[in-house]
Design a protein around this ligand. Structure first.
Ligand SMILES: [Fe+2]
Length: 364
């Protein structure tokens, strides 16, 4: 049956688009399933208005309030489904107690701030750009040395895994050897210590007359791990724009986390150099902007999240298509979360929303 070709098309996706057309990738299963490319005479994002709740959204996470050091745990949930919760935390200092999440694994992405994380397995130093992957059940405490901290936290109800590199080989994206793990460093401080354990979203406090970070050795393949986004080495093609799934950094049941880092744009003069339009029908897309110049998205700054729900189009802004012709590289750093199940927005997310974002594709 494949390939069916009808009408005026580009014979290879994202290359040499017919004059005056806008290419849409209409696909299933993220970028892995059956797919058609539609060559339109208008950008599918050039709507004049939208009535109803389904629209592209943008949230300014840095307008969530910084609060006490415990804000790491009083983190603000923004988006959630049955597999994953996206939180934002803006703690002002070290946690006075330890924490254990019995509900899920956690990925911290450090947008701002630096310090130490103490864990059962030993401490790690963290800085901006770090991913910290904390398996469910680990006892830990974050001790930022900075007061202006901003952490994106992805809570996963399944185990976080590294992606399958497949044909690219096991050292693609990031060499497993660049991943840091903690070494035991027991803390001897005999006073009362509290461990707050979250199970079914309820907190139980367990108290010890000694510091529970008393591990003097550990072995095995379950531990806390750390990767800085600057150590993510992207895969690209000089002749064709690749799907964002090539930047997969972590995965869990029902979602993937991808890292967008600076990379050269496609050199081939016929290759499209901006992301294609799509309506991402099987995945909700969440993008957190960490640093750099987000040239394909008008009005987006570092510390913001865009949320493109399944079923409605997104794609490059009108100016991005033009500016991509002059550029030779991207310099943006962003973290993407794609989820199979639709995400719901919390009230906290809506209170930080830039309500006009969905109109930002209108040509100015
Ligand atoms: Fe997308």
């Amino acid at each position: 049956m494949y390939p069916l070709v009808k009408g005026i098309v580009a014979l290879q996706a994202h290359v040499a688009l017919p004059e005056g057309t806008f290419e849409e990738e209409h696909g299933r299963d993220g970028f892995y399933g059956p797919v058609s490319h539609l060559y339109r005479t208008h950008a599918p994002t050039a709507w004049s208005r939208i009535e109803g709740p389904l629209k592209p959204r943008a949230f300014n996470c840095l307008t969530t309030q910084p609060s006490a050091p415990t804000a790491i745990l009083d983190r603000v949930p923004l988006l959630y489904n049955e597999d994953v919760v996206v939180h934002f935390a803006r703690p002002t200092g070290p946690m006075p107690f330890y924490f254990r999440n019995a509900d899920g694994d956690e990925i911290y992405f450090i947008h701002k701030g630096s310090g130490t994380i103490e864990t059962d397995f030993g401490p790690l130093l963290f800085e901006a750009g770090d991913y910290l992957v904390i398996p469910r059940g680990t006892t830990y405490r974050l001790l930022p040395e900075t007061t202006d901290n901003a952490f994106l936290v992805i809570e996963s109800f399944s185990r976080i895994r590294q992606p399958d590199r497949g044909l690219m080989g096991q050292h693609a994206l990031y060499d497993p050897a660049i991943v840091k793990t903690p070494s035991p460093q027991p803390i001897q401080e005999d006073r009362e210590w509290e461990v707050q354990i979250k199970r079914l979203n309820e907190i139980t406090s367990v108290f010890y007359p000694f510091n529970p970070m008393d591990v003097i050795g550990w072995k095995g393949d379950l531990t806390v791990w750390q990767l800085n986004i600057r150590d993510f080495r992207p895969v690209m093609s000089h002749r064709a724009h690749l799907a964002p799934s090539v930047h997969t950094t972590f995965q869990g049941q029902g979602f993937v986390v991808c890292s967008f880092v600076p990379r050269p744009l496609e050199e081939d003069p016929e290759a499209v150099r901006v992301p294609f339009y799509h309506r991402n029908i099987d995945y909700d897309e969440v993008l957190f902007y960490h640093a750099g110049n987000f040239f394909s998205r008008d009005g987006i700054d570092a510390g913001m999240i865009t949320f493109h729900p399944q079923g409605i189009h997104h794609g490059p802004h009108p100016k991005a298509v033009e500016s991509s012709k002059q550029k030779t590289a991207t310099d943006e750093v962003a973290v993407m979360l794609d989820t199979e199940k639709p995400l719901r927005m919390t009230e906290a997310a809506q209170s930080t929303e830039w309500k006009e974002y969905y109109l930002s594709w209108q040509a100015k």
